[in-house]
Design a protein around this ligand. Structure first.
Ligand code: SAH
Length: 345
């Protein structure tokens, strides 16, 4: 019989699973609470379950829990970066960032990535595999357990393209925001995508109250294609139209991400073109000074160029922020920690 990953099941599915194993339905609620509220990493911790069930479960079901391979704490701002081990030996990274408004965890959605964005470290070795809902959840569960800190915001902005792992992402969001689990508000969940149009449209139909972040990085297809291969598949006009649909269906404003790369997408002509594009959109733009990776020779825009870019957008009435860099001393950019770990082996 195939083993079931019970951490990826919702309460209804878990109930069906236990009933088919000859157990009483009410046991599902207890088990679900152990997994998703008390964040138990093993069956042994589940003290109110009968011994017979605790002996039966490990024979037929997996309770995937991540192991800590490495933890790095920033001396600058207290950001914590984790390298977690999966049961098949793969490693992924997650980040805890502390803000005044609460703790935010950035999670990975895949092992590696196949999108090929030129400036990104996560995609250098391609896609290894998708993460299960349980493996996405457990990044948050382990961090909350290890630090004892309540996590209030989740950003799916670590390694991987979440909309390339669609079904698992949707199940993950349901479990994360379930009132019988951690009960994180959907409004505090952000999913970032490089712009897979059909998946954005599908997500709009789920009627979630999550924020969609769109990695824009260029005001036209020519520059966008030079940075992001996905732009060859989906032209900007379709991507922006899908974002507009997302806003219309959900009422949620879009966050546009724009990583500034010196001499590639950071001049004022581009800022001006960007203003025109975003005028028709409901959302704001987040400027990110590109985090250089050693495998590519992209250079971060200097402060003056970033300020000038921001000022022009503001002058044109666009809502703009510059992303604060967190954990600069501990391998900030996506996928860099995992990459340096794999290189050491
Ligand atoms: N695949 C998703 C989410 C992961 S990346 C996406 O493309 O949106 C999260 C954000 O970080 C994206 O906007 C991505 O383009 C950006 N990013 C990746 N590597 C970066 C780097 N080295 N410097 C600045 N931004 C980077």
């Amino acid at each position: 019989m195939e083993r079931t990953d019970i951490k990826s099941l919702n309460l209804e599915e878990l109930t069906a699973f236990l009933v088919s194993a000859g157990e009483k339905p009410f046991r599902a609620k207890q088990l679900y609470e152990w997994i998703h509220q008390k964040l138990a990493a093993s069956y042994d911790e589940m003290t109110n379950l009968p011994k017979s069930l605790k002996e039966k479960l490990p024979k037929m079901a997996d309770l995937p829990s991540l192991t800590v391979v490495e933890e790095k704490i920033s001396q600058i701002d207290g950001t914590r970066k984790y390298l977690f081990g999966l049961s098949d030996g793969n490693v992924i990274e997650s980040v805890l960032m502390k803000y005044k408004h609460g703790n935010s965890v950035c999670i990975s959605s895949q092992v590696g990535c196949r999108m090929g964005c030129r400036f990104c470290a996560s995609t250098l070795d391609g896609l290894e595999r998708n993460l299960s809902p349980a493996e996405m959840l457990d990044q948050i569960y382990r961090i909350q357990k290890l630090t004892g800190e309540r996590v209030s915001n989740i950003v799916v902005m670590g390694s991987g393209e979440p909309l390339d792992n669609y079904e698992n992402l949707v199940q993950f969001i349901h479990l994360l925001t379930d009132e019988n689990g951690l009960n994180i508000s959907q409004r505090n969940v952000t999913v970032s995508t490089c712009g897979i149009v059909p998946a954005i449209l599908k997500l709009a139909e789920e009627k979630f109250q999550i924020t969609l972040a769109l990695s824009l990085h260029a005001p036209n297809d020519e520059v966008r294609k030079s940075l992001m291969p996905v732009a060859n598949r989906y032209p900007l006009v379709d991507v922006l139209s899908a974002c507009h649909t997302y806003f219309e269906k959900t009422g949620r404003r879009i966050t546009f991400e724009y990583s500034l790369v010196s001499g590639v997408n950071d001049n004022l002509k581009e800022a001006s073109a960007l203003s025109v594009l975003l005028k028709a959109q409901h959302g704001h733009i987040n400027l990110i000074p590109v985090n250089p990776i050693k495998e590519r020779d992209y250079v971060q825009s200097d402060r003056k160029a970033i300020e000038a870019f921001k000022n022009l957008l503001e002058k044109n009435g666009i809502n703009v922020t510059i992303r604060r860099e967190m954990g600069r001393d501990i391998n900030g950019a996506c996928g860099q920690l995992r990459k340096s770990f794999l290189n050491q082996e």
